[in-house]
Design a protein around this ligand. Structure first.
Ligand code: NAD
Length: 300
């Protein structure tokens, strides 16, 4: 047994406190925004919300509040779900052309009548702070990070912050969505991890998870990961956010059980969630820095 594994058995896993890391990043981000303002540029983030989905509304409010905390000017565009595809595309076009807007975020999910793929493709790649435009997805595939999608980018920061080695490690990512699982796997591969991706059709999930030195879980299924599926000393990152019938928010991992076996673990809430917002601020500030010539341009 390695010394890390031994420590975990004796004392339980170390908590990776995403809230604290995000707050620490915020101090540095505020200073960078002030430096930008000194050159006459205030970073601007346009947030587009369509419909009245309660969870989306909460997420948008949190993002707007976080922007304010570091000095980013956020401009909310709230529209009823009756907005047409065409009207939404016209709005995106205007935001693309607005020099005060450095980032455009369209809160997902969109109502069924809206062509989400078309909307995402219409966002100018150099303002695509969520990293969902095909150009940015392609950049990630070939190992160029322009706007890495915020949630997996946040996970990478947590691993780095905790000095967790990635190169050569066995990593299992559970969940293969375009916004979390797939980009997560690509980012870890770019850091020379050996990566397996599991999903809802994977047979015998436990035979994969038990191999993981680093296990990233993003399925949206409470208690999907129980202690017997986790290698002693593994690093467990829980991306899941699930609301139980009693209103409690939990991740995908049996936290109390798995923390006794893991070496590091993220709590829910307070783990990956705050980092997603921190990385949105990061991408928006980077976009403004590129525009102000304080950073290399994103496009050749
Ligand atoms: P999604 O529904 O688009 O994808 C879920 C993925 O998990 C799919 O690939 C599916 O095949 C897989 N999956 C579902 N059930 C499974 C099972 N029983 N075994 C193995 N794989 C299974 O969801 P998403 O948008 O990728 O989000 C995943 C989770 O992460 C959700 O709980 C979501 O709320 C959460 N999330 C959190 C943040 C954050 O900031 N912390 C950000 C985005 C998403």
């Amino acid at each position: 047994m390695t010394s890390t594994a031994l420590k975990a058995e004796q004392t339980g896993a170390k908590l990776i406190d995403g809230k604290a890391v995000a707050l620490k990043m915020r101090e540095a981000q505020r200073a960078r925004v002030e430096a930008l303002q000194a050159t006459g540029v205030t970073p601007g983030l346009a947030v587009v919300l369509v419909g009245d989905d309660a969870a989306s509304s909460i997420y948008v409010s949190r993002k707007v509040k976080a922007c304010e905390a570091v000095g980013i000017k956020s401009i909310s565009h709230r529209h009823p779900s009756s907005i047409t595809n065409e009207e939404l595309l016209v709005l995106i076009g205007k935001l693309n052309a607005d020099p005060n807007v450095h980032g455009i975020l369209v809160q997902l999910p969109l109502p069924a009548h809206i062509d989400m793929a078309k909307v995402l493709e219409t966002i100018a790649p150099e303002k695509d702070v969520d990293g969902f435009h095909l150009y940015n997805v392609g950049a990630l595939v070939v190992g160029r990070q322009i706007f890495p999608p915020c949630t997996p980018y946040g996970v990478m920061h947590l691993l780095e912050y905790s000095d967790i080695p990635i190169e050569g490690r066995n990593v299992v990512v559970i969940g293969a969505s375009n916004i979390v699982g797939k980009p997560m796997a690509l980012m870890l591969m770019a850091r020379d991890a050996t990566v397996a991706i599991c999903h809802a059709k994977t047979r015998d999930l436990g035979q994969w998870t038990i191999l993981a030195d680093i296990l990233v879980v993003a399925a949206g299924v409470p208690n999907l990961i129980v202690p017997q599926m986790v290698k002693t000393g593994a690093v467990v990152i829980d991306v899941g956010i699930n609301r139980l019938p009693d209103g409690k928010i939990v991740g995908d991992v049996d936290f109390e059980g798995v923390r006794k076996k893991a070496s590091y673990i993220t709590p829910v809430p307070g783990g990956v969630g705050p980092m997603t917002i921190a990385m949105l601020l990061e991408n928006t500030i980077q976009s403004a820095e590129r525009k102000a010539g304080l950073r290399e341009p994103a496009h050749d």
